[in-house]
Design a protein around this ligand. Structure first.
Ligand SMILES: [Zn+2]
Length: 203
């Protein structure tokens, strides 16, 4: 296994990777929210700026929740991505600027988590399972902070069921712990596999 300090250093290559992945993720979340404009249960959207969705507190909160869950990867690029994805899911609010009808918070759903995981792995690396895990769980860490901060309803099952599902405030812990557990278990398995591969290739 590599020494930890090596994993926590951010090389230029990693910076480009983090920026590239974040841009694609952000476009995906904004693009997926357009799907809501053709769904039967659409409603008038609220302007995100008037609504205060872009406050520093909310951005910081989402980043911390996402980055903390990704700490268990012990790799700086995935810790940063964990934070950035959790912030960028809210680009599904941008559709509110169009003054159209849609389903609010389309990115806050299982379907978005699955689509984003598949697309990002196909675009960047089919074998980067750490990336896949961080993308998929970012919806969990994002919703965790939203619940913690006071909003309880999300279209988790859209587009199959557009009903806004409500969660009690205490559930923020369930979402965050679930994310940490999934990232922790998968990181453990991935690191173990990598060290086995390394050992067999050096023999
Ligand atoms: Zn949100």
């Amino acid at each position: 296994m590599f020494p930890i300090y090596k994993q926590l250093k951010l090389e230029r290559k990693s910076i480009y990777f983090v920026i590239g992945v974040s841009v694609v993720f952000c476009s995906l979340s904004a693009g997926f929210s357009l799907v809501g404009t053709v769904l039967p249960d659409k409603i008038a959207m609220i302007n995100p700026i008037e609504h205060g969705s872009l406050s520093i507190k909310e951005i910081g909160g989402h980043f911390i929740w996402g980055a903390v869950a990704a700490l268990v990867t012990l790799r700086l690029r995935y810790i940063l991505l964990g934070g950035l994805f959790a912030v960028l899911i809210d680009s599904d609010h941008l559709i509110g600027l169009l003054h159209t009808e849609g389903i609010p918070r389309m990115g806050h759903s299982i379907t978005f988590a699955i689509i984003a995981t598949i697309v990002l792995m196909l675009v960047f690396s089919k074998k980067d399972y750490r990336l896949g895990t961080i993308v998929g769980t970012s919806v969990l860490t994002h919703i965790s902070y939203d619940i913690f901060d006071g909003s309880y309803g999300f279209p988790i099952l859209t587009p199959f069921m557009d009903k806004i599902i409500q969660f009690p405030k205490i559930d923020w812990m369930v979402f965050e712990i679930a994310a940490i557990a999934i990232i922790g278990v998968s990181s453990f398995i991935i690191t173990k596999k990598e060290s086995v591969q390394k050992n067999t290739s050096t023999q």
